[in-house]
Ligand binder design. Structure first.
Ligand code: FAD
Length: 437
């Protein structure tokens, strides 16, 4: 066997963040073992749209072209009233010449693509049915106690990264059950995948609907040559209902919110999944030889698609930090920098902007939105300004940060991306939402 028997990094979780980190590290020859508790990759209806800084990381990993080939380039994003009246929007095709424009591919497909590339690397191994149950570390190494089909095993590495999602065992082992500060929204959402002829009703690729009760989002998931395909419909629901109650209400909600007021039989429902939604951030993304990234480190409501976009930006940053340490270009203090900066980016960008994104949908009078909502007013004001729209669509790059500037004796920063150079993004007012919810 290769060095995988003695991994330098253990990654807990074979979701998109864990697979991307594993792929990037293994491409540099680092021995990596990815531990996945389930017997297979997750298939639930979640992310599909990834903003420009995530596309940048997928490009660095060498997979963006395939992501775009399997997926498609969304054209327009807009906000509407429940009756379909168009309020404001922007044209993603104005950025089609940018190699790091947003990308759309349902998460299950992205996972499979990353997995295929990851296991092709000779220094990477993915172990399914390996559930991490406990952790420990000393000055020399970190270890994970893992339930496997052959019983409990102890696996060791120099670093262990928790990419194990919102209910992260790694985070709980480090900080206890209660240590995911933040809050849970008093709303929940139901995410569905459906085939229905939205094209016939003049829908754009991503449509956000403002309404106090029936707020929702309709975004294209796949695009066939004839324009048909699967769509994501995610709608708000009152809290306090059970999963069964929420699922039973779906036909009523569809009839109320979708154009043509369809009944079951008028559409093909492929998936339905209720979610509680939260804004939470771990106190630290580093504890000695343990690190946290993506949903294990922070979560937000999915409107505007900042969740995994921010998670993949974590991964790119953590990759630079770990490679720096592995190759002797950086000392371990760079891992503290990782924690500090990624937390700042969540606090100054992801958290406030994603909160505005969801409130915009239910917390205002749709008839007055164009008068009162600063974001929609801004969109209206740049409607005929191509350069301003392009700049706006690149705004999610405020999530980026170049950690290689902390390599020993290196003070270089990323080219042409002022916001990414700065350690602190103090005031981010607007970030272009992707079609993510
Ligand atoms: C409805 C919805 C729509 C969304 N849309 C978007 C979008 O369009 N754009 C966007 O950017 N974000 C979106 N998000 C957010 C996005 O889906 C998440 O941020 C992303 O899936 C998190 O990836 P992850 O790799 O951190 O965790 P996960 O995808 O949750 O993967 C974690 C993995 O760890 C494994 N695991 C857990 N515990 C253990 C253990 N103890 N041992 C071993 N393995 C373990 C799990 O089985 C899982 O495979 C959406 C979320 C929802 C709910």
């Amino acid at each position: 066997m290769t060095g995988v028997d003695k991994p330098w990094t253990i990654i807990v979780g074979a979701g998109p963040s864990g697979l991307l980190l594993g792929l990037m590290l293994a491409k540099k020859g680092v021995p990596v073992q990815v531990l996945e508790g389930s017997s297979e990759l997750d298939d639930s209806p979640r992310a599909a749209y990834y903003g420009p800084p995530a596309a940048y990381e997928l490009r660095r990993a060498g997979v963006i072209e395939e992501v775009r080939k399997q997926g498609f380039d969304p054209i327009r994003t807009c906000w509407r009233k429940l009756d379909g009246t168009y309020l404001a929007g922007f044209d993603n095709s104005l950025l089609f010449d940018d190699q790091d424009r947003q990308a759309c591919l349902p998460l299950a497909q992205l996972d499979r693509l990353l997995y295929k590339h990851a296991i092709a690397q000779p220094t990477l191994k993915v172990s399914f049915n390996h559930k991490v149950v406990d952790l420990g570390q000393d000055t020399e190494k970190a270890w994970a106690d893992v339930d496997t089909p052959d019983g409990r095993k102890r696996l060791e590495a120099a670093y262990i990264v928790g990419c194990d999602g919102a209910s992260s065992t790694v985070r709980k082992c480090l900080y206890g059950d209660k240590d995911f500060p933040g809050f849970t929204w008093d709303k929940q959402i139901v995410a569905t995948n459906v085939a229905y002829p939205f094209e016939k009703y003049g829908y754009d690729d991503a449509n956000f609907f403002i309404h106090p009760e029936h707020w929702h989002m309709v975004a294209r998931l796949t695009k066939n040559p004839d324009g048909s395909g699967w769509w994501r419909v995610s709608y708000g629901e009152v809290s306090g209902l059970t999963r069964e109650e929420l699922i039973a209400r779906q036909p009523m909600k569809y009839q109320a919110i979708l154009p043509g007021h369809p009944r079951p039989g008028d559409y093909d429902l492929a998936a339905i999944s209720p979610y509680r939604i939260h804004q939470r951030l771990a106190d630290s993304l580093r504890s000695g030889r343990f690190l946290l990234a993506a949903d294990a480190a922070h979560i937000c409501n999915p409107f505007g698609g900042l969740g995994l976009t921010g998670g993949l930006v974590d991964i790119g940053g953590l990759y630079d930090c770990l490679i720096g340490v592995h190759e002797g270009k950086a000392d371990e203090s760079i891992l503290d920098k990782y924690s500090e900066i990624r937390r700042q980016r969540f606090q100054t960008v992801t958290d406030p902007i994603s909160s505005q994104n969801i409130r915009r949908l239910y917390d205002q009078d749709p008839d007055k939105a164009l008068e009162n909502d600063e974001f929609l007013k801004m969109l209206k004001s740049i409607e005929n300004n191509v350069e301003a729209q392009r700049e706006f669509m690149r705004s999610p790059n405020a999530l980026r940060y170049d950690f290689t500037q902390h390599y020993k004796g290196n003070h270089k920063t990323m080219e042409g991306d002022q916001s990414a150079k700065n350690g602190i993004v103090s005031q981010v007012k607007e970030i272009a939402p992707t079609g993510g919810e």
